[in-house]
Design a binder for this molecule. Structure first.
Ligand code: SF4
Length: 752
């Protein structure tokens, strides 16, 4: 691959790339001088993001040059993490893992996969051989502290847990948004760079934005209407909207009506959820609820979009289910301006007739609480009990990849203690953070700017079909993500610490090609294997696999059968990316349920609904404070707190509280309070704000950088407090296994 294109003077060059710090995938122009990043700006020629960039994106250089970022493996010797060679580190991993396996078996191992994995094409691809080689069912990831309810609902209703309903933000006339704050987050489970700009464009075409949130968030500030809702009651309120659609004869499914099953079952399940009955629970009056249902049903094209605040609660799956029902019952599912699904360029579009294998959960269960697996994972909230409950199968060894569970999973303090008692902990990570400080070995991947880049995960959730590949910005000679993960996978297979990662690289590309050649539906079925492999020859295993996916994707060049189609070679000529248009109708052919229908009332969700029904009859404790999280545009997860530019200024880690709630408790703005829940307690400064719904307090997540032994100097100077000390690992959304990070009952009093 030739060096990155150079458009500036002799001493600097501009590398065009995509910011990979969040889901928005903004194009960036990185000005580089020698081995230094000089400046990062938005790439105005990127057809998807058009020059937009947020404060985080401009710090890609700071992250790259962060002196705290590990560049050498660390091994624990005499209680201290000390530098070691890669060979020493792999030998130690082999020795220690084998020791655990011999004594306790494979079931003593757990894998934890962190959110940054999906922001790198290398880790996205190579986590699979790691998981397959581990020989354990104990898999945890960021999904169960985030979006597992949507995976479950997608799997049960249309048969594919990876296909998300995306609000067609650029064409919708009416957007009803719950528990999301894209002006700060830039979007979640939907990739739409410059989300704030796209929202701003809505009024010009007569569009209307309604935000339902217990905090008048930055997004709510820009909405046509904001409604406070009591945290954790989204599912009930959405059910009242569905109820109103039936009651007022507003159901109109439209084009997909012949493909829908379960309408009458849904009608029966929401019958008791009258707007009047739900009003005292949600805090939204009945007339407003009815008006919202009518406005949605009456919009030329409308969309309902719910995220973190609606999903990371006790009824997260029920909320995701009701959201999908509203979109389907108003004819807005798979309709321009409603919610649609992406057409990722690196994937084939299966145009065979509707129907498939369906979706199963609970194929195995967790040891202590019997949590069913969902998407092959156990709940993050169940990790601590697996680690600290003795018995056969107790988790005694962990491999984590890009994860800081001690800060991101519920009940931080219990988890922190459990990590301190492991027999062996391997962390693949760039920082010594609150979790990895407990590690026995840390393997540091290189900076993202030394890697190939393709947004494999997020372009699969994008509101436009967009494609862009970027080569590494800087040369790098050491082990890359794919080599590190392949080496660990080989150790897990018993191939030894010296095994060559090329074994796995070769296997992966050959398996990928064979899968295509043997699949009768593949556009290259039956082609010559050697010829295809020869076409894919490249020193980079990532480029090989990416090229295979792109060339066999829905607009791929099919290895010459479709001249002008997409290939890596073609993308090299388009450093700003190629836009292939907005989302298009994909249903009913995208249905992969066993019935071949869009299942409105899957048995699993109907059964789970009993929990929500029980809530209808539970008296509301009006004097109970409920804790919610919040997002800031300068933060993402814990690891972004080591960037000086992003944490400077006054502390953002405060407890937001309605002034009346503070006054009634004798609390003062700016003073410390003590906040406690069943799980833990901590002290934090109060910030009073009318933006908070009375009875609700808010604390941002990912903070708490004052633990002994961490090596993140900037974060340590701006520690904040860890909100997950308060979140409770004993409450989960039992249908999906998702953690409950919002609507936590808390007490707040003056700090003693
Ligand atoms: S919005 Fe996300 S992708 Fe865009 S610059 Fe900011 S962090 Fe990067």
């Amino acid at each position: 691959m030739p060096p990155q294109s150079t458009t500036a003077g002799e001493e600097t060059r501009i590398a065009y790339r995509t910011c990979n710090l969040c889901e928005a995938t903004c194009g960036v122009a990185i000005e580089v001088s020698g081995d230094r990043v000089v400046r990062v700006r938005g790439d105005k020629e990127d057809p998807f993001s058009k020059g937009f960039i947020c404060p985080k994106g401009s710090t890609l250089g700071e992250l790259h040059h962060d002196p705290d970022r590990l560049t050498t493996p660390l091994i624990r010797r005499d209680g201290e993490l000390v530098e070691a060679t890669w060979d020493e580190a792999f030998a130690e991993i082999e020795r220690r893992l084998n020791g655990v396996f011999e004594e306790h078996g494979r079931s003593a191992l757990a894998l934890i996969l962190g959110n940054p994995i999906v922001h790198h094409v290398s880790t996205s691809l190579y986590v699979r051989p790691l998981v397959l080689s581990a020989g354990t069912m104990n898999l945890y990831s960021a999904s169960t502290v985030d979006q597992m309810p949507q995976h479950l609902v997608s799997g049960l209703m249309w048969g594919d847990s990876s296909v998300f309903p995306l609000p067609d933000i650029d064409r919708t006339d009416h957007l009803l948004m719950l528990g999301a704050n894209p002006v700060a987050s830039n979007g979640s489970l939907v990739t739409a760079p410059d989300f704030p700009g796209r929202l701003k464009a809505m009024p010009a075409r007569g569009g209307r934005l309604v935000v339902v949130d217990p905090r008048k968030s930055e997004t709510a500030e820009r909405a046509d209407e904001h409604l406070f809702i009591r945290p954790g009651t989204d599912a009930l309120w959405l059910a009242a909207l569905v109820h109103t659609l039936f009651e007022e004869d507003l159901v109109s499914i439209g084009r997909l009506e012949p493909w829908v099953d379960g309408v009458e079952e849904v009608r029966a399940r929401v019958a008791s959820f009258t707007p009047e009955r739900v009003a005292s629970i949600s805090g939204i009056d009945a007339e407003t609820t009815r008006r919202q249902a009518r406005d949605l049903a009456g919009a030329a094209a409308g969309a309902v979009y719910g995220r973190m605040g609606a999903h990371t609660v006790e009824f997260g799956s029920a909320a995701a289910w009701m959201t999908a029902l509203l979109n389907i019952l108003t004819g807005n599912f798979d309709r321009p301006g409603g919610v649609m699904t992406a057409s990722p360029v690196a994937s084939r579009i299966d145009d065979r007739k509707p129907g498939g294998r369906g979706y199963r959960t609970g194929r195995w269960k967790s040891r202590v609480s019997g949590h069913p697996e969902v998407n092959g994972e156990f709940p993050a909230a169940g990790l601590a009990e697996e680690m600290d409950t003795p018995g056969e199968g107790q988790t005694r060894a962990i491999i984590s990849v890009a994860s800081n569970p001690v800060r991101s999973f519920p009940n931080s303090e219990r988890l922190d203690r459990a990590f301190g008692n492991l027999d062996f902990y391997l962390a693949i990570d760039v920082y010594v953070n609150e979790s990895t400080r407990h590690a026995d070995v840390i393997l540091p991947p290189p900076s993202g700017l030394t890697e190939e880049q393709y947004e494999l995960t997020f372009l699969a959730n994008a509101v436009r079909s967009f494609v862009k590949y970027s080569p590494p910005v800087f040369d790098y000679e050491g082990l890359r993500d794919e080599d590190i993960l392949a080496k660990v996978a080989l150790i897990l297979r018993g191939a030894g610490a010296d095994a060559d990662p090329a074994i796995i690289h070769k296997e992966m590309i050959e398996e990928g090609v064979d899968r295509q050649l043997k699949d009768a539906a593949s556009p290259i079925a039956g082609r010559d294997r050697d010829e295809i492999l020869a076409e894919l020859a490249d020193p980079s295993p990532i480029r090989q696999q990416l090229d295979l996916r792109l060339r066999t994707g829905w607009d791929g060049d099919l290895f010459g059968d479709k001249p002008g189609g997409i290939s890596l070679a073609k993308l090299a000529k388009h450093p700003h990316g190629v836009d292939l248009g907005p989302m298009v109708e994909r249903f009913p052919n995208r249905l992969k349920t066993e019935s071949g229908k869009l299942e409105l009332a899957p048995a699993q969700l109907v059964e789970d609904w009993e929990r929500v029904c029980a809530r209808l009859d539970t008296p509301v404790a009006n004097d109970q404070l409920l804790l919610i999280g919040r997002r800031h545009v300068r933060s993402n997860n814990s690891w972004m707190h080591n960037v000086a530019t992003l944490v400077k200024g006054r502390s953002r880690c405060t407890l937001l509280m309605n002034p009346e709630d503070a006054r009634s408790r004798g609390l003062e703005d700016g003073k410390d309070c003590e906040i406690s829940s069943r799980a833990g307690r901590l002290n934090v400064a109060i910030e009073t704000s009318e933006s908070m719904m009375p009875g609700v307090v808010s604390l941002p997540h990912g903070w708490g950088h004052d633990a002994d032994g961490i090596r993140m100097s900037v974060a340590e100077a701006h520690p904040g407090v860890p909100s997950n000390v308060l979140t409770d690992d004993e409450i989960i959304d039992s249908a999906s296994g998702n953690a409950v990070l919002n609507a936590i009952p808390v007490e707040v009093r003056a700090a003693s």
